[in-house]
Design a protein around this ligand. Structure first.
Ligand SMILES: Nc1ncnc2c1ncn2[C@@H]1O[C@H](COP(=O)(O)OP(=O)(O)OP(=O)(O)O)[C@@H](O)[C@H]1O
Length: 721
């Protein structure tokens, strides 16, 4: 069955079945228009019952059961009464239908009997009507309560899991993140996952209760009549036909879809060049002509545009190969006509049976019974459909939930030490640091083995209170040097001594309190600017004067003046504000003005961002505990004046601190010593004069930079003449 259904779309896609359908061991590859779709092979119906397949199914179900049980176990401790109430309400919601239907049957049977024998049992009719009415009232009440309880219960689940997920995510250190999160879809782990699992489970409780109710009702009716079972069977044919023929679509199957058609890829890439982000390249590179040429008048929009050159070529080459979504193409290709006819026939079977019974055995016909059976089996059909849907939804969420479970299992890879810091050997001048034969490779990600050494046998001493500048080519290991000294990672071998103690033996919180870093990896947080700066030293987060002083040293005075809300500005309020359906062409309308404010809010340049981040570091200096400052090229977006001010302010704060700068500036000041790195090795070290005298790597790099500077000056002078 699986084979034949997969073949049909191939013919529709005008492709040769043999070329386009490759059978790997467990997967099949389909060619659908411009796409290649890899799907898991369907297990033929009979093979679904092999012991191996049944075992696999059992394992899947056991896994699902254990996860659902775990979540319900947790949720029930949060709000036991609310959970039980919701289960009861959901069950009642779905059972109400059965009760109503049984009362209707009772009433119709009494009436039918009355018509046949000339007298109607009024009290039976009234009691059935009464119960039906009571059910309707109770049903409305239950629905209303569900509407009240549901969101409250969801909020309880959200709060519980948000907290848990946040802790698990914040628990990650860099090596754990880098080494293990390749296996975990970090962004898919959110509180919606357990909430949806609980929702689906509650929904399933109700649906199963309803299904059992309807099946019992049908069976009791069938039991009480001599031909009802035939009718019931006729009613159940439709869900069977539907499940068999209409379930074969791509939407509900795990799949990998790739656009493989080169012309389509080219067309999409060229089309993508209309994005705003490429406008600068397109205009400055004069690419319009390359992408488009030849005039076309668009009457509808009353503008002239250029017909495609490269774009048109790609379009022409693509021809009329379908670019519709692969799922749609698959669905259309699945012989819908044949299936629709089958479904229509299945649909009409109960009617056909009814007609036959009425014609052949009019005396035995109970119209009320047939009407109830018809209604009950159609409710059964609906329950069947929704159960199927909910189980699929549940299973999708179960795989996301496994990611959450994995995330919780991840442990920090950097272990905490036991020694307090600073120790008795501390110097008032700052932190003394020694690297002994340090080797380091970054953790390999899931798909690769990383044996490249980012630092290779590095030994180096930094005295307490010294200012050291690390120089070297791109990729030579300068940032890695800082990453290890600030214990973002642990060495692969060798050791780093901090005031004589191995860095791994120190309590992390003690050590981190004594370190201030400023790197390009630091970002502005989605908080107010006051908090962004103040968080450098949380104990003074409410001290506006200290925050303003740090902002001044970071060079942010101009930025704060420019922003309407000053320190209270939130630069990236993403996700917390948006506008919809606002007619922005009516610029003077109050709504359009409000909408415009949203866009304005994050208008600061890269250099301004760097200044704000630097201000956070200056704020950190308010903590008297800082003994080591590590600065990694924080000035790439700063103008020369800004860069000079930044380094001057940093040096002014030197007292009691050891400082290490990674920068592309050459420090000709001979008070400053520096290691020069190449390919992860510490090539040479010394003051500027000493390193120049050696005429080694440093000398070469300095001369290249000096030459570039001299050439530039020469060009400028020529230009002036
Ligand atoms: N997070 C990481 N994961 C894997 N490899 C990394 C990582 N960071 C750096 N590397 C690699 O380690 C080596 C040293 O990189 P590092 O960033 O320390 O060099 P750098 O001297 O600071 O370079 P640049 O001057 O370009 O900033 C490089 O080969 C780089 O590709």
């Amino acid at each position: 069955m699986g084979q034949s259904t997969l073949e049909s779309p191939l013919s529709l896609a005008d492709t040769d079945a043999k070329n386009n359908k490759h059978s790997l061991q467990e997967t099949e590859v389909l060619k659908l228009g411009v796409y290649e779709v890899t799907i898991k092979k369907r297990t033929p119906f009979l093979q679904s019952f092999t012991p191996r397949r049944l075992l696999e199914l059992k394992e899947d179900w056991v896994k699902t059961f254990l996860i659902v049980k775990g979540i319900l176990g947790e949720v029930i401790t949060l709000q036991p009464v609310l959970l039980m109430a919701l289960v009861g309400l959901r069950i009642w919601e779905d059972l109400q239908d059965v009760v109503t239907l049984s009362q209707e049957t009772r009433m119709l049977t009494v009436i039918e009997h009355g018509f046949k024998h000339g007298s109607v049992d009024t009290s039976a009719v009234l009691s059935a009507l009464g119960i039906r009415f009571a059910c309707a009232v109770l049903g409305s009440y239950v629905t209303d309560r569900c509407r009240d309880f549901g969101p409250a219960f969801n909020a309880v689940i959200d709060r519980h899991y948000e907290d848990m997920i946040m802790k698990a995510k914040l628990n990650m250190d860099l090596p754990a993140l880098q080494g293990m999160l390749e296996n975990i879809k970090y962004d898919r782990v959110n509180s919606e996952v357990p909430r949806k699992i609980v929702e689906s489970t509650l929904e399933l409780c109700g649906l199963f209760a309803g299904l059992i109710g309807h099946v019992s009702l049908v069976l009791s009716l069938v039991w009480s009549s001599n031909h009802g079972w035939m009718f019931a069977l006729a009613c159940f044919v439709r869900p069977l036909v539907r499940a068999t023929f209409f379930n074969n679509n791509l939407w509900n199957r795990p799949r990998v879809v790739r656009a493989t058609n080169e012309d389509y890829k080219r067309m999409s890439a060229l089309g993508g060049l209309t994005d705003k982000q490429y406008r600068h390249e397109v205009i400055s590179g004069n690419l319009v002509e390359f992408i488009t040429s030849g005039e076309v008048l668009s009457q509808a929009l009353e503008y002239h545009t250029q017909s495609a050159a490269e774009f048109k070529k790609a379009q022409t080459a693509l021809g009329n190969i379908s670019t519709a979504p692969a799922e749609e193409q698959f669905y259309r290709g699945n012989n819908v006509f044949k299936n629709m006819v089958l479904l229509d026939i299945a649909n009409d079977l109960p009617m056909l049976y009814n007609a036959l019974i009425v014609l052949l055995r009019p005396a035995q016909t109970s119209l009320s019974l047939l009407a109830t059976l018809q209604q009950s089996t159609s409710s059964f059909r609906i329950s069947f459909y929704f159960i199927n849907y909910e189980i699929e939804e549940l299973q999708k969420k179960i795989s996301d939930m496994q990611q959450l479970i994995e995330l919780q299992k991840l442990t920090r890879s950097i272990k905490d030490g036991e020694k307090s810091y600073p120790n008795e050997r501390e110097s008032p001048k700052g932190m003394a640091i020694e690297l002994k034969n340090v080797v380091f490779s970054y953790p390999a990600d899931a798909d690769s083995t990383n044996d490249k050494k980012a630092l290779d046998d590095v030994s180096f001493c930094i005295d307490a209170g010294e200012l050291v500048v690390v120089v070297g080519e791109n990729g030579s290991g300068k940032s890695t040097f800082i990453n290890l000294l600030t214990r973002m990672y642990d060495v692969s071998s060798g050791e780093i001594l901090i005031d004589g103690d191995d860095i791994r033996s120190l309590k992390q919180s003690d050590f981190r309190q004594t370190v201030a870093t400023l790197t390009q990896d630091h970002h502005l947080l989605p908080l107010t600017l006051a908090e962004n700066i103040g968080l450098g030293c949380p104990e003074y987060i409410s001290d506006k004067e200290k925050i303003l002083e740090a902002a001044r040293k970071g060079g942010c005075e101009g930025i704060l003046k420019k922003l309407d809300s000053g320190l209270d500005t939130i630069l990236d309020p993403a996700g917390r504000q948006y506008h919809a359906l606002v007619d922005e062409s009516k610029k003077d309308s109050a709504l359009a003005k409000e909408a415009k404010k949203l866009e304005k809010s994050s208008n600061v340049s890269g250099g301004e961002r760097q200044r704000l981040v630097a201000a956070r570091t200056f704020m950190r200096f308010n903590s008297k505990k800082i003994k080591f400052v590590a600065v990694d090229e924080p000035s790439s977006a700063l103008d020369p004046r800004g860069e000079e001010d930044l380094f001057n302010h940093l040096r002014e704060a030197r007292e009691g601190k050891t400082m290490l700068f990674v920068t592309h500036r050459f420090w000709t000041d001979n008070q400053v010593r520096g290691p020069c790195m190449k390919d992860g090795k510490l090539f040479e070290h010394g003051s500027h004069a000493e390193l120049m005298e050696k005429q080694g790597e440093y000398y070469k790099m300095y001369n290249i930079q000096a030459k570039a500077f001299d050439d530039k000056k020469e060009d400028e002078e020529k230009g002036r003449k």
